[in-house]
Design a protein around this ligand. Sequence first.
Ligand code: GRF
Length: 207
Amino acid sequence: MSQAVVRRRTGILISGRGSNMAALIEAAQAADYPAEIGLVLSNQPEAGGLARAEAAGVPVATVDHRAFAKNREAFERAMDEVLRVNQIELVALAGFMRILTPWFVRRWEGRLLNIHPSLLPLFKGTHTHRQALAAGVAEHGCSVHFVVPELDAGPVIAQTKVPVLPGDDEESLSRRVLGVEHALYQRALAEVASGRARLVGGAVVRG
Ligand code: GRF
């Protein structure tokens, strides 16, 4: 007899098109995937990902950060409340373009993941493909990491490398990286949701 898989209720935070979000929704359609997507939450009412999530039958919500001008924590408290009401246990940032305060990060410590388009600790922040080209690296890629208060500094759960090819520009390189982001995020979320990868004492522990 096969054992029922425990599916951790996961919320995905987006600001834009949501291709990583769509990949996580797709993975979670398998009955044995250890996460179910309980909510997609956007800070941008016009984010393209919202319609994609709705079309896939996933509940969506918007907390517009502009309604909380100059009060980041009030914005985050509003998001936190929506996550709580929807009984979310894990949060996956997927192209979420707001910097989170230590208050929110600590509240979700060990249960908050992000995908970043570089091989961390290289190229934190924005314009990572531009940074990689300017540095002249031969390899680039993406990382899924636990979120800590310091930006893009959290322990890495998994990474995928891609080559930087002669003639690459920001667009070709970002396309190559995005092409491997989706499978990476699907795998990393499964590892965290199943408990195979955990944040313990500031490091990723497996097993
Ligand atoms: C991805 O490149 C991700 O690594 C970064 O933002 C982008 C989001 O793209 N954090 P999408 O909205 O998932 O298509």
